[in-house]
Design a protein around this ligand. Sequence first.
Ligand SMILES: [Fe+2]
Length: 375
Amino acid sequence: MTSIKLPPTEIIYEEIGYLKEFINKEARQKKSLLICSLHLLESFCIKEDVMRIEKLGEIYWLNRPLGYTDIKHIKKAINEMGNFIPEQIIAIGGGSAIDLAKVLSIFLTYPFKNLVENEEIRQCIKTKAYSTQKATLPVIAIPTTAGTGAELTKWSTVWDEEEKKKYSVEMELIYPKKAIIIPELMCQLSKRLTLSTTLDAFAHALEAYWSRATHPIIRNMALKSMEIIMMYLEMTLIDLENIEYRRKLCTASVLAGLAFSQTRTTASHSISYPLTLNHGVEHGFAVAMTLSSIYELNRGSFEEEEELERLFTQYGGLKSWLNSVAKKELKLSYWGISREMINDIAKESIAKGRMDNNPINLGVDDVNKLLIALL
Ligand SMILES: [Fe+2]
């Protein structure tokens, strides 16, 4: 039997003018923690509104920390807020801002709010002690990149730079309550960020398609997502402010997010983690660089493969399409990775729940070979 259950998140499409209205109305209905970078507040012309409402004590603005969400950001955020007790969390930003909101929705509620040291938070995450939590703060996610799908998943990726590890904090209660999709927000993305985040969405769709937990409905959503990305990504990279293209890529990202929120990812994401954590490869490129090799290995081992092949053939094959949008970033040497480093990367590439979700079993030797070909 195959069954499917979609995220409980309300998905709302809006236009750019809504953001100001949201900050002045909905954000004020409850005491809100707002996670957003100064740069985005200024770009979207809401800085003055946020500052005014913050003075009234209705919002606490947390300037989003740079880079991926790390264990150390959790306690730092709680300390910074002092006596402000939020009733909801609003995240405006990319996947890391939304991931921080989701993990704070747990750690800003008792008993976990009492944890004082980073080590206590680390242990709580490692042992999944947080899963006993009965309630979390509601999260409203307003993504500004179309790719990570963080607005539609029940997990939050938390990195641990100190211990060189990556954790997935997971529970039903951290599904965002609302995902507000405003395609105009994506027009400010650079070419490189547009490319890397869209490739991440593409990987979510493709990995959901062949995942061991796939489903006919999931495959249809994933296929549509990939179709849109293959058709519109290149055009968007040439015309970054084209709102029609941005709308298409937003929908592709939502479809990919819905798909992989139910299946999780597979081998490409599994291999990407040491590439990002130890070698600084941007997530979207880290996942995309192994997609075509893993597709070749997986062929013959997943359902409805012909439909996927039909789509890829229109673009001369998956490898050819990937190379047409991002040739240099998909090579390990571009990121300073040499032959001597590959053994260690391969050893750390077997992530539980990801690699064993791939339709065929892949071990360290397989990853080794695959990475050597990507030098
Ligand atoms: Fe991803």
